[in-house]
Design a protein around this ligand. Structure first.
Ligand code: CAA
Length: 388
């Protein structure tokens, strides 16, 4: 076993940390206050070559591993959780889907431009009646000649409206009892007649991230834009979420790290009863728990990414990382607010925003309950396999 990052990973970590601290963090509060999509951050990520680093060079990437990917998201989230999720959806939920399941023609048409930041990507699975139960989606895609005609509605789509290209999941078979077997994936471009978007949702946190409904009214998509074979869409959605959830786990680790940084700073500066509050056991023990849980969440996240790099099945380990890291983020951002007391409740101090941002990591890309379902199903399968 080796718990050390490679030299390349350490160099990358240092570089993205400095970039995020100097450029991303100072802009974060203002973008969120204005509910404004941080285009400048996306543009800079593209300029510096951070987009799609995990893809091969021929598609505009650098062939980096998933551990490096997790490191980048963690450092971005430490500075700005919004920038981290925009990056995550663009790189793993969207670009990775085209890379893994696209034809060579689709890869060449989209990936280099996605990697250069000329296009922004999104992933549209969730519907009003189908969130956790993703196989229950109702959006229809009917084959008519050389086209598919899509009708339906998606909700809560990250990068909705601002993205140029959408991975859309729809039923190519009318019988809903077929569940996942009737679902197919499509690449749908903004500007296609019949594709429209709701206004950005007003959310508890991540205010600068655009989350919208996506409406499909007789949207005609050429057969060449089908992603993977008919009926394989659900498996594509799940395989991609295995990658995406590593990113959300890393985002949760970054949010927790930011809360820890703020709490440590405050605890050493603030005095009560004649000494810094870190010297009171009540606060010192909170910080000790925070540091320990943070480290455990990071280790689970890096291990999930490492397993993905080895090409071994790791759905269970990814779910464990996402579950644990997001629960830690929620618990420990609440503790950070408590350590800062009244100041922690004020917008001026970052911890109240971190607390609101942590909440979504327990919900999107599969709630904590869905991660527990995935983990427990694997446990049962492993037990059955062991018993023969
Ligand atoms: N990889 C590949 N294939 C997989 C898979 C995986 N990780 N998980 C399941 N499958 C396959 C199964 O093997 C099965 O295939 P067969 O028919 O060949 O056996 C098929 O998919 C169906 O699997 P299940 O029977 O397990 O399906 P299910 O209906 O019971 O649902 C679920 C499984 C895990 C609950 C799934 O519905 C799920 O993950 N739900 C949560 C949805 C979710 O995460 N949504 C997030 C939206 S995106 C988002 O949030 C982005 C954002 O805003 C940032």
């Amino acid at each position: 076993m080796n718990f050390f990052l490679t030299e390349e990973q350490q160099v990358l970590q240092q570089a993205v940390r400095e970039f995020a601290r100097e450029e991303i963090a100072p802009r974060s509060a203002e973008y969120n206050r204005r509910h404004e999509f941080p285009w400048e951050n996306f543009r800079r990520l593209a300029e510096l070559g951070y987009l799609n680093m995990h893809l091969p060079e021929e598609y505009g990437g650098q062939g980096l591993d998933w551990v490096s990917y997790a490191i980048v998201i963690e450092e971005l989230a430490r500075a700005c959780a919004v920038t981290a999720v925009i990056y995550e959806v663009h790189c793993s939920l969207h670009s990775e889907a085209i890379y893994l399941f696209g034809t060579e023609e689709q890869r060449r048409r989209y990936l280099p431009r996605l990697s250069r930041g000329e296009l922004l990507g999104a992933y549209a699975l969730t519907e009003p009646q189908a969130g956790s139960d993703a196989a229950a989606i109702q959006t229809r895609a009917e084959r008519v000649g050389d086209e598919y005609v899509l009708n339906g509605q998606k909700i809560f789509i990250t990068n909705g409206g601002v993205a140029d290209v959408y991975i859309v999941f729809a039923r190519t078979h009318p019988d809903p009892s077929l569940r996942h077997k009737g679902i197919t994936a499509f690449i749908v471009e903004k500007g296609t007649p019949g594709l429209s978007f709701g206004p950005p949702e007003r959310k508890m946190g991540l205010h600068a991230s655009h989350t919208t409904a996506v409406y499909l009214e007789n949207v005609r998509v050429p057969v060449e834009n089908r992603l993977g074979p008919e009926g394989e869409g659900f498996k594509i959605a799940m395989a991609i979420l295995d990658r995406g959830r590593i990113g959300i786990a890393a985002q949760a680790v970054g949010i927790t790290q930011a809360a820890f940084d703020e709490a440590m700073k405050y605890a050493t500066e603030r005095h009560t009863f004649g000494k810094p509050i870190i010297e009171h056991q009540a606060i010192a023990f909170k910080l000790a728990d925070m540091a320990t849980e943070l480290e455990a969440a990071r280790l689970l996240t890096y291990r999930a990414a490492f397993l993905m790099d080895q090409g071994v099945p790791c759905t269970k380990e990814v779910a464990m990382a996402k579950l644990f890291a997001s629960e830690v983020a929620m618990r420990q951002t609440v503790e950070a607010v408590q350590i800062l007391g009244g100041y922690g409740y004020m917008e001026e101090y970052r911890v109240e925003r971190l607390m609101r941002e942590a909440k979504i990591t327990q919900i999107y890309e599969g709630t904590s309950e869905i991660q527990r379902l995935v983990i427990s199903r694997h446990l049962l399968k492993e037990l059955q396999a062991a018993r023969g």
